[in-house]
Design a binder for this molecule. Structure first.
Ligand SMILES: [Zn+2]
Length: 202
């Protein structure tokens, strides 16, 4: 059975979203089509508004309002700028921040190294991180990588670079407690808090 082409295209678009399979994409599209046109205009308008009005923080690469250079975390005077927690994705930052156990700042790489998928260092926000380290204010870097092949490869890359160029900076990694192949994003707040507290020097 063939669905009309515009529906087919929309299902394909939705199925490209993270964690959305083909069946879910189909359900979403059929649900949206039942909505009045006004609701859909508001929905699509919100997506474009977010894209137009939001940018990456000039410091940590978290999202921020385009009218502000720095995100709310980097603008928070209570945050300890001497400790940077490096995460792969914004969703990881949100999970750690919600755990309430971390008083430092972050750096978001927006991905993990994955040579097989063509993701090399030039595709991630490493340069911004090295720039922050040259100021001389940073005392510790916490690697909050996922315990996956890609996450570990990214952590090793950072470790080599920092040990060579900034040997005075303390390097630590979240204590294990994250199951192998798991994800920082989906860890519960208590486990994440303990992993942060029990971080180990590497
Ligand atoms: Zn920031």
């Amino acid at each position: 059975m063939n669905l009309p082409e515009p529906i087919d295209n929309l299902v394909k678009e939705f199925s490209r979203l993270p964690s959305v399979g083909f069946r879910t994409a189909e359900k979403i599209v059929l649900y949206l089509l039942k909505k009045p046109r006004f609701d859909l205009e508001r929905f699509s308008g919100s997506i474009l508004e977010a894209k137009d009005k939001v940018d990456y923080c000039k410091n940590c690469c978290m999202l921020t309002d385009k009218s502000m250079d720095l995100c709310s975390i980097c603008r928070n005077p209570k945050k300890d700028v001497r400790i940077i927690c490096v995460v792969s994705e914004i969703s990881d930052l949100i999970s750690i921040e919600k755990s309430g156990n971390f008083s430092g700042v972050y750096h978001v790489l927006h991905g993990e190294l994955s040579p097989l998928d063509g993701v090399g260092p030039e595709h991630l926000f490493f340069d911004k991180l090295w720039e922050r380290l040259t100021g001389g204010n940073v005392e510790e870097i916490i690697l909050a990588n996922n315990p996956t092949f890609e996450g570990e490869s990214t952590a090793i890359y950072i470790k080599r670079f920092v040990k060579e160029r900034f040997p005075e900076i303390r390097l630590t990694q979240l204590a294990q407690g994250i199951p192998q192949g798991g994800s920082v994003e989906y860890m519960d707040h208590i486990t994440l808090g303990k992993a942060m507290e029990g971080r180990k020097e590497i």
